[in-house]
Design a protein around this ligand. Structure first.
Ligand code: FMN
Length: 204
């Protein structure tokens, strides 16, 4: 059984998590065995930042993705299956990841389901991708991120590339999310491999 978990926290960049959910749902529906599950935990502050940045609430974004497609877990529910290593996940991603959540994951402090799910992924050695968003990073943030990389997480700062010449913000974000999906090991409807400079392909 394939299962992926998206955790959204209260860092800026909610578009990364929302577009990743869309791409994951699309990729899983196209390429995975029927029954592949997609789970979501959004922290209280993720919901606030989504409303601030998009003018819409999380519920309306999820409705766009199809009713029931994504299993949503309350961030305070530590009795969720996601809190146990017996509920095997194919991959977990925290996107965007606030420095508060990065600090909790690095210290092993668990006060919500996102912290617990991250701790479970680390102890079980399951794929864990972290997409931190903060600038500048303090020495404490950098040390926390180093600890998490040492513990096995893939740290992918929300730092999109421009060499695909994205025409708008959605294209810019999707170019970055293609790398996240690859690292997560999930089907990747956004994949667009770099084939070298356009000039060598006759495009310029
Ligand atoms: C509009 C807004 C933008 C924020 N952006 C960031 C950010 O980019 N990075 C960050 O680490 N925290 C940011 N924060 C602060 C976090 O939301 C705050 O630390 C919160 O406690 C995070 O909790 P969580 O990790 O449980 O979601 C932002 C808060 C607001 C209201």
């Amino acid at each position: 059984m394939e299962r992926y978990l998206v955790c959204m926290t209260g860092a800026s960049g909610s578009i990364y998590g929302l577009r990743l959910l869309r791409a994951l749902a699309e990729g899983l529906d196209r390429a995975s065995p029927p029954g592949t599950e997609l789970h979501l935990v959004a922290s209280t502050w993720a919901s606030r930042v989504i409303a601030e940045e998009t003018g819409r609430d999380l519920g309306s974004w999820l409705a766009d993705l199809g009713p029931g497609r994504i299993r949503v877990h309350a961030p305070e529910d530590l009795s969720s299956p996601l809190a146990s290593g017996s509920f095997r996940l194919s991959g977990t991603v925290v996107i965007p990841a606030s420095m508060a959540t990065i600090g909790a994951l690095a210290s092993g402090t668990v006060t919500n389901l996102i912290h617990r799910a991250g701790a479970v992924a680390l102890k079980e050695a399951w794929p864990l991708v972290l997409v931190p968003r903060e600038s500048p990073l303090s020495l404490i943030d950098l040390r926390n991120l180093t600890s998490l990389a040492e513990a096995g997480a893939a740290v992918m700062p929300a730092s999109p590339g421009f060499y695909h010449r994205p025409g708008d913000i959605d294209a810019l974000v999707d170019g970055f999310l293609a790398r996240v999906l690859d690292r997560l090991g999930a089907p990747n409807p956004l994949a667009r491999p770099w084939l070298g400079p356009r000039s060598t392909q006759g495009e310029d």
